[in-house]
Ligand binder design. Sequence first.
Ligand code: C2G
Length: 137
Amino acid sequence: MKKIITYGTFDLLHYGHINLLKRAKGLGDYLIVGLSTDNFNLQKGKECYFNYEERKQLLESIRYVDYVIPEEFWEQKKQDIEKFKIDILVMGDDWEGKFDYLSKYCQVKYLSRTPEISTSKIKSDLKKFHYNVSSFK
Ligand code: C2G
């Protein structure tokens, strides 16, 4: 059984996340997602719309995702790879090169991001929309 792991915040889940998870799963048989906890997101400087439990519930409903674990700190990847006997660590290519140090424990693959969508774009587009609507009142 080929085991894959990936990590992320996955806030305001969108099709860019799904594209990544689908391709990651396509590389093996079992996909684990290390989901950033609310605390870890603060360390990453990210303010989430959905909390950890809500983001976890969304991820667990995705057909490509087999198991969700909390991501609490940057350095846990090595122990996760050993604990779950991971074959491939997969990340979007905005992380290109950042996790190459883990290639002594498992294969590391960076997949292309879906360029036109992001959680921050959703937030800023909604802000603009709200502003335009409220300025018509
Ligand atoms: N992603 C993507 N296309 C997008 C947006 C995101 O392929 N349009 C990918 C990212 O490259 C990442 C995953 O989806 O691999 C999750 O993205 P984020 O939730 O933004 O995760 P991030 O903040 O990058 O956290 O330790 C690693 C970090 O936890 C990664």
